[in-house]
Design a protein around this ligand. Sequence first.
Ligand code: HEC
Ligand code: CU
Length: 335
Amino acid sequence: MKRLLPLLTGLVLLLTACGREDLSALNPQGPVAEKQFELMKLSIGIMALVIVVVFIICIYVLIRFRRRKGDKTIPKQVEGNHTLEIIWTTIPLVLLLVLAVPTINNVFGLAKDYSKDKNAVHVKVTAHQYWWEFEYTDYGITTAQDLIVPTDKKIAFELVAADVKHSFWIPAIGGKMDTNPGSTNRMFLEFPKEGVFRGKCAELCGPSHALMDFKAKAVSPESFDRWVAAMKAPAQMPADPELAEKFTSQCLSCHAVGENGGNSAPNLTGVGGRETVGGILYNDEAGVEQNIHDWVIDPQKYKKGAMMPTAEDNSLTPEEVSGIAKYLAEYKLDY
Ligand code: HEC
Ligand SMILES: [Cu+2]
């Protein structure tokens, strides 16, 4: 154990340093996560207090009342002692009450249903192996991977899964909640600070479960309105008609841009402006065009089990791959 200790410490440091956006529930960035964090602190605090007090008493008793040399007397018996029994029943009871009141309060407070609230933004989240679909039912728009939210409103989520069970979690903002096939869970979150927050699937769902990331991007209310308008604008297609045809036949069978195309894959409207490609290839590193290019050639290389064919299966020439990557990379929305 002694030899393992430095290794374990190193591992903990390494693992906690992983990732870019904070994936920690211990650094809350919104009221929901704050309340959840308060509960964690309260319960861990109470547990720590109990451990410390019990150990102190235990060690004190062991030393103070140990059998001394030559002492053959039987210690004073305290069974049935009323004072003692009242003390050790009341203290845990009080501690449990201190824990129960805020817990129950928050459990019901955070379960409040805003699905009928006109002031909330309603988002239907559909979890797929291994990507996230976000449908804004108030506006009739659908996006994927980047959840865009305004800072001034509550977001009322409707959570479902398209295939197996997943779980929706944005550690810095709140959660988590399962997404189940065939039934709807509801939850609300608030994003008072502008910024990009990392989200994750929190339910083992297949070989690329660990890569099932998404981003929540909180923007000002004006910026959000501009984004909605840009999403509703007519879809951009590749300028070259041959490329447009290829894109339509090979990509829009699953994907959509604007209103055109299928819905079994991420909606690609404005995909060039997303934080990542596939939730995991960061666009500020290799550049969005390079990422899309690499992804389209072989999605499985980055996400095992991703339900998208390779460029070869799509019978795309290298020029077509480059052309489509350029078109998609330049497809950005102003907001
Ligand atoms: C059989 C359906 C299917 C076809 C055909 C298909 N894709 Fe995909 N595509 C998917 C799925 C499913 C994903 C999500 C994979 C994941 O992240 O697990 C995806 C993801 C993507 C992404 C990442 C989107 C994002 O927001 O991160 C891009 C870009 C993309 N596809 C481009 C293309 C292009 C270009 C074509 C045509 C050459 C194409 N796809 C053809 C199913 C398909
Ligand atoms: Cu999942």
